[in-house]
Write a protein that binds this ligand. Structure first.
Ligand code: PA5
Length: 402
């Protein structure tokens, strides 16, 4: 169960929050927006099938490796990190989404190459960070006389690109990223599912949760359509001049979900010079002692979305006092109340518990929300011309040096 409570937005001064009338005036636009989304021919909500091929491969090979290393960046890495941090797993996964030489060196020193599987994830097959990591680790594998096709798996475009070509020529296992799914919307394809399956996460349940949320996303009924509700509150609050969105889970395990969402919001909605919401992450309760001062008394330019967990599935008692479960709940409510008192817009997403199903649901919730948000602004939420430009400049500069 995942639900949204935006009542605090009605409790604050309407110049910062919302009135019922404002909200009601957009309630009947879901069908129109769904039609527009459909016309954009995006696959993120249409690919929620039984991931049989991924499961079979993962089951066959997962016990052969001590380390699974994902080489990828942006949408090709953030989903795997989020899954690894949120859900119980074998602890074998390393997500290498940077090219910091010290980091590369440390990982090289740590790996037992004979027992390592590298998953090279790049939809385009040309992202320089990922191709450089691939070349580096491939050379290491070859120097150790290990078979490349036993130590590498590719996840890339279904037909084209250098990775696809190499996989075909060298019999390297390869999984597709469907043509109509962009990086940041790809977590429920092999991009997120293969690393997850290899570390023992139940990917059927992830898909099950996403499917349930997808039904809500496609519902024309406002009360049912959670992705639309969140898109609408975010849009309306942004119209009141709140250009920053803070996602603040009261759950250590969901901090990386906020990171995944940060990319989704920034890269999808930051467009055309005048459109964009700056995402920020905060962690409850930790950041109460770091960010709360700014949120309470600094510029009133943010919407804060809390994520709370209804049932942590464990209970720990503080000697002579209440439980940690009670304390975290009390602290979240205190933060919420103090912000509301100061007319600071805030809302809460409640997740029943952290499990495969709820994480799958949250992925689809936010992907659907961003798709709707794009339609509110009448922009294409699915391209990233700014990212492409800097990729191109980097490539040109590297060419001149090599
Ligand atoms: O969301 C996106 O499209 C980007 O963040 C990409 O995922 C990122 O740039 C990596 O691209 P690729 O998968 O082509 O290597």
């Amino acid at each position: 169960m995942i639900k949204l409570d935006y009542n605090n937005l009605f409790k604050i001064d309407p110049s910062h929050g919302l009135s019922e009338d404002e909200l009601n005036s957009y309630k009947d636009r879901i069908a129109e927006f769904l039609e527009k989304i459909e016309k954009r021919d995006q696959g993120f909500y249409k690919i929620l099938d039984n991931p049989e091929e991924i499961k079979t491969f993962a089951n066959e090979v997962k016990n052969n490796y001590e380390h699974i290393v994902v080489c990828g960046i942006g949408g090709s890495a953030l989903g795997a990190t989020c899954l690894k941090e949120a859900l119980p797993n074998s602890g074998k996964l390393i997500v290498l989404d940077n090219i910091d030489p010290q980091l590369i060196h440390e990982i090289d020193q740590k790996l037992n190459y004979e027992k390592t599987l590298f998953i090279i994830i790049s939809k385009s097959g040309t992202t320089i960070e990922t191709t450089s990591q691939y070349k580096y680790f491939r050379q290491k594998v070859e120097e150790k006389n290990l078979k490349v096709n036993k130590h590498f798996v590719f996840i890339t475009d279904p037909e084209k690109g250098i990775l696809r070509e190499t996989a075909n020529n060298e019999n390297i296992p390869v999984f597709p990223i469907p043509e109509n799914i962009g990086g940041r919307f790809s977590v429920l394809t092999a991009v997120g599912l293969l690393p997850a399956a290899l570390i023992g996460i139940n990917i059927d349940k992830l898909i099950e949760g996403a499917k349930k949320m997808c039904e809500k996303f496609l519902s024309e009924n406002f009360e049912e359509n959670l992705p639309y509700q969140i898109a609408l509150t975010q849009y309306l609050i942004n119209q009141k001049g709140k250009n920053i969105h803070v996602m603040m889970p009261y759950s250590h395990k969901l901090f990386k979900l906020a990171d995944w969402y940060r990319q989704l919001l920034a890269e999808s909605i930051g467009k055309n010079i005048d459109t964009g919401i700056t995402p920020a992450n905060a962690l409850g309760v930790t950041d109460q002692h770091s960010q709360s001062q700014l949120y309470n008394d600094g510029p009133n330019d943010k919407l804060i979305t809390f994520i709370e967990i209804a049932d942590f599935k464990v209970e720990e008692k503080i000697p002579g006092s209440i439980t940690f479960n009670q304390l975290i709940d009390i602290e979240k409510k205190a933060t919420e109340e103090s912000l509301t008192k100061k007319d600071r817009p805030n809302q809460t997403i409640t997740v029943n518990s952290i499990c495969e199903e709820s994480i799958g649901g949250l992925f689809l919730l936010f992907e659907g929300q961003i798709a709707f948000l794009g339609e509110f602004y009448n922009i294409n939420a699915f391209d990233q011309p700014g990212v492409e430009l800097s990729k191109q400049i980097t490539k040109n500069n590297v060419k001149q040096l090599s």
